[in-house]
Design a binder for this molecule. Structure first.
Ligand code: DPP
Ligand code: ZN
Length: 868
């Protein structure tokens, strides 16, 4: 396979102005007639052949301006259609193909899911529907006619507005949809099936009425209310925060049960994984609700950042994804608690993106080469991409950032653009050169910022030295210094000290641009504790050796909530690391006492308190250790800290839980979710005591819960604690929800994460359970994904069985759904940091995969890079 390179980008030789698609659904003989208005691109090579992309297509016929071309003038294969000498003027190309949606197990292109036939075209799925210039810089106006059996598919949807519909002979019917906004092929969508829907209306800021529809499997209408509410809040927020109004008469969401991704932002017709639409208190947790809110917002926000302005090529993926993640994070922050949202996002960034950046799959936010674009929908492109936008805002300020966004929308509406085009807008409104800032898009690896400081009592100054290094990553042995915004303050006995820097009042942020730099703060009257990287102002690893007493100062007094949380995490991380190295030492009682004091006040901000009480994960600790990782030792060290807290504080924890007990019926709002999160975090820690009355309380909560959050939390505590109460609870959970696949996913997931040696056999057994299906991505992720990525001790078993299991499953899935298979392999992205025995087994499993015959491009790309 030849890699695709950013440096090789060329404008297309031809453009397509309009597309008429006529799709007649008819099982294995589904017919697609595409009528394309083609013209030579003035920016392309004149006289070049027209080479349309195709993938697994069955060609039937072609016409140019209504006449069949001579056979020697074109070539049609399953993977492409070429016109050797196309007319050098506008012409109409008609091509007919045949498809079988039911046999499409890749879930790319046109495929069958339980309730309907639907499409997924990003990144390169449109070429599985018809031959096309399937690249994001070819923007066309689409008209789509769908025809189907009326009983089988009473609902026919496509992008845009419906302009015509009617009945046909033989029990068939049709609908015609027109989308007036030029769009790239990856945003095409159609859906046909037996769907029910709920409808609502939104009136835009300028007074236009927009019809909103959420389409679901019949019987699931009652679970759409939260998604609809989130959609309306998203539409309002984008008007208020970014001045962006919706532009069509109708906005539709369709929930489907077989979907590779979370959701897809097709123009006017978003297709969603049903997991991110359907929710009721009985079936969805608070986390599910928060995810639904965020993903509904994310896809809606793409209408401007992605659809109206799209990417010139797939290397620019972060142009739409990083920016849109930033926008959905801002939305959730405004809807909920900003500090809590920031902590959750940073936890996720560190566990996913930092891990990716530290291993063989590291790549820049804007990669410069790919073998398979589907493998670049990564934490780096999405989450680090969002951090880069956040840093841009911090560096140029809120007003210049908003002005830059306005300029971007004004200047590039209707275009397919690059990161350079985007950044140029902010260079203009911020009045500064952003050349060095562009390194955030080009250099991979997580920068390390080392801080050392010294207070001088005589001169009342504090000298802070910040030094940056960026580790080598694949293809990038050496790096240039980046521009790193560091928010900071100095904390004294009664809070933040007023500071001066270089003779001026300090505004709370410095931009480190050199390899190292010393800042001398003036007017510092007492010995301060520096609070650095407030709000996690840059996606870097901060190395700052603080005494435990100083960590406690920050934990208790920092004005920055993120750093209060960080101080507790850093303290706990240090304790777990010590317990890993010296298992016989007792746990530091000062930390436990500080947690006890904190509990007295925890009710003031329950959501924040819950995060503070959540111990660093095993993966967090593994990342800190970095080399020769032994997951069993980490597990034991973390349990030691949990046990010490539980034994010392179980009474207080259980009282807090009691005091927070629910008032009134379940509501998924942030306040209620925060209370439940704190109650369940307290219960988890208390359970570390191993006391019978705590376990009994968990079992009671499981049985009596009136919502899925509490029931699921109890089930998870029971299974993680490996107690006899777990089995009957699992049994009763299954009986209760056996007909509800999305809930059964939770049942599969908690079992996959049990940290004991029987789990691998249990997972293998569950693969044969009627509730499991290897063809459904949600089931696969719930069972196999959770085992490989969410059960560090059992996946990384010292005998290598976990790795061999993954390799076997990947080979099986690869034949059906390469995208899904490749995702699973990335569970091995940190394999080189394991201790030698496990590392050898993991390497052998990867090498075994590499040698397998007929591996997909998706899997061989990941395996190849992991082994490189
Ligand atoms: N559906 C994916 C997302 O919204 C890809 N665009 O991020
Ligand atoms: Zn997106």
């Amino acid at each position: 396979v030849r890699p695709v390179r950013l440096a090789d980008y060329r404008p297309p030789d031809y453009l397509v102005d309009t597309v008429h698609l006529d799709i007649a659904l008819d099982g294995a003989a589904t017919r697609v007639v595409a009528t394309l208005a083609v013209r030579p691109n003035p920016k392309g090579r004149s006289g070049a052949a027209l080479e349309l992309d195709g993938d697994a297509l069955t060609f039937v016929r072609a016409e140019i301006d209504g006449a069949a071309p001579a056979p020697e003038t074109y070539a049609a294969a399953s993977d492409g259609f070429t016109l050797h000498r196309p007319p050098q003027r506008p012409f109409v190309l008609t091509i007919e193909t045949r498809l079988d949606p039911a046999s499409n197990t890749q879930l790319m292109g046109l495929y069958r899911t339980a309730s309907c036939t639907c499409t997924q075209c990003e990144a390169e799925g449109f070429r599985r529907i018809t031959y096309f210039l399937d690249r994001p810089d070819v923007l066309a106006v689409y008209t789509t006619r769908i025809e189907a059996d009326k009983a089988e598919a009473p609902v026919l949807l496509a992008n845009g507005n419906r302009i015509e519909a009617g009945d046909l002979p033989g029990g068939r019917h049709y609908a015609v949809w027109h989308d007036p906004f030029p769009k790239p092929s990856y945003l095409f969508a159609m859906v046909a099936g037996d769907l029910a829907h709920v409808a609502d209306e939104f009136v835009t800021a300028s007074g236009r009425r927009v019809r909103l529809e959420i389409h679901v499997e019949p019987g699931k209408e009652g679970r759409c209310a939260y998604a609809m509410d989130a959609l309306k809040r998203s539409m309002r927020w984008d008007e208020e925060a970014f001045g962006r109004e919706y532009d069509l008469d109708v906005f539709m969401i369709v929930a489907v049960s077989d979907f590779n991704m979370g959701a897809m932002e097709n123009k006017g017709l978003n297709v969603f994984n049903d997991k991110y639409v359907l929710a009721s208190p009985e079936t969805a947790t608070d986390l599910d609700y928060a995810n639904i809110e965020a993903i509904i917002a994310h896809e809606y926000f793409h209408n401007w950042t992605g659809n109206r302005i799209t990417c010139r090529d797939w290397f620019q993926l972060c142009l739409k994804e990083g920016l849109t993640v930033f926008r959905d994070q801002e939305f959730s922050s405004d809807q909920r608690s900003r500090a809590v949202k920031r902590i959750i996002d940073v936890r996720n960034l560190r566990s996913q993106q930092f891990a990716e950046d530290a291993g063989p799959l590291a790549h820049p936010v804007r990669p410069e080469l790919y073998n398979e674009i589907n493998n670049f929908y990564t934490a780096t492109v999405y989450e680090k991409g969002a951090e880069v936008v956040r840093m841009l805002k911090a560096l140029i300020g809120d007003a210049a950032f908003r002005a830059g966004m306005d300029l971007y929308f004004r200047r590039h509406d209707g275009e397919a653009v690059t990161i350079e085009d985007f950044i140029a807008c902010f260079a203009e409104t911020g009045g500064r050169d952003l050349g060095q800032f562009m390194l955030w898009y080009r250099q991979s690896g997580t920068p390390e910022v080392k801080a050392t400081g010294q207070w001088d009592a005589k001169t009342r100054t504090y000298r802070l030295e910040l030094a940056q290094t960026i580790p080598p990553t694949p293809g990038q042995p050496s790096k240039e210094p980046m521009v790193i915004p560091v928010r900071l303050g100095l904390v004294g006995a009664s809070g933040d000290l007023p500071l001066r820097l270089a003779g001026r009042p300090f505004d709370g942020i410095v931009a480190l641009t050199e390899p190292s730099r010393t800042y001398v703060f003036e007017g510092v009257r007492e010995r301060p504790v520096p609070s650095l990287l407030r709000g996690f102002s840059a996606p870097v690893k901060l190395v700052h050796e603080l005494e435990e007493a100083d960590l406690l100062t920050l934990f208790e007094r920092d004005s920055d909530p993120f750093n209060r949380w960080q101080a507790a995490q850093s303290y706990a991380t240090g304790l777990i690391l010590r317990a890993v190295r010296k298992p016989d030492l007792p746990i530091d009682a000062r930390f436990v006492a500080a947690i006890g004091t904190f509990l007295d006040d925890a009710r003031r901000d329950p959501a924040f308190a819950a995060l503070t009480l959540t111990l660093p994960s095993e993966t967090d600790i593994a990342r800190e250790i970095g080399v020769n990782v032994d997951p069993d030792a980490i597990f034991a060290g973390r349990q030691a800290l949990r046990g010490a807290i539980g034994r010392a504080l179980h009474g207080q924890l259980m009282r807090l839980r009691e005091e927070l007990a629910g008032a009134g019926p379940y509501s998924p709002d942030a306040a209620g979710a925060g209370r439940r999160a704190l109650r369940n975090a307290a219960l988890y820690l208390a359970c570390g005591s191993g006391r019978a009355e705590v376990l009994a309380a968990v079992a009671r909560q499981f049985a009596a819960a009136d919502n899925m959050t509490d029931r699921h939390a109890a089930l998870s505590i029971l299974t993680l604690s490996d107690v006899p109460e777990a089995e009957p609870a699992l049994q009763s959970f299954y009986e209760r929800y056996r007909d509800d696949p999305l809930v059964i996913d939770k049942w599969l997931m908690v079992q996959a994460q049990i940290p004991t040696t029987g789990t691998l056999d249990r997972v293998k057994r569950l693969m044969g359970h009627p509730a499991f299906s290897i063809g459904n991505p949600n089931r696969v992720r719930a069972l196999i994904g959770a085992f490989c990525s969410g059960n560090p001790t059992q996946f990384n078993r010292a005998d290598g069985e976990g790795f061999r299991f993954l390799a076997a499953v990947v080979l099986d899935i690869d034949g059906k759904n390469p995208q899904l298979a490749a995702r699973l392999v990335s569970a091995l992205r940190s394999w080189r940091s394991l201790e030698p025995v496990r590392r050898e087994h993991a390497g052998a499993a990867l090498r075994g995969l590499a040698e397998a015959p007929s591996l997909s491009r998706d899997v061989s790309d990941i395996v190849g890079r992991a082994l490189a």
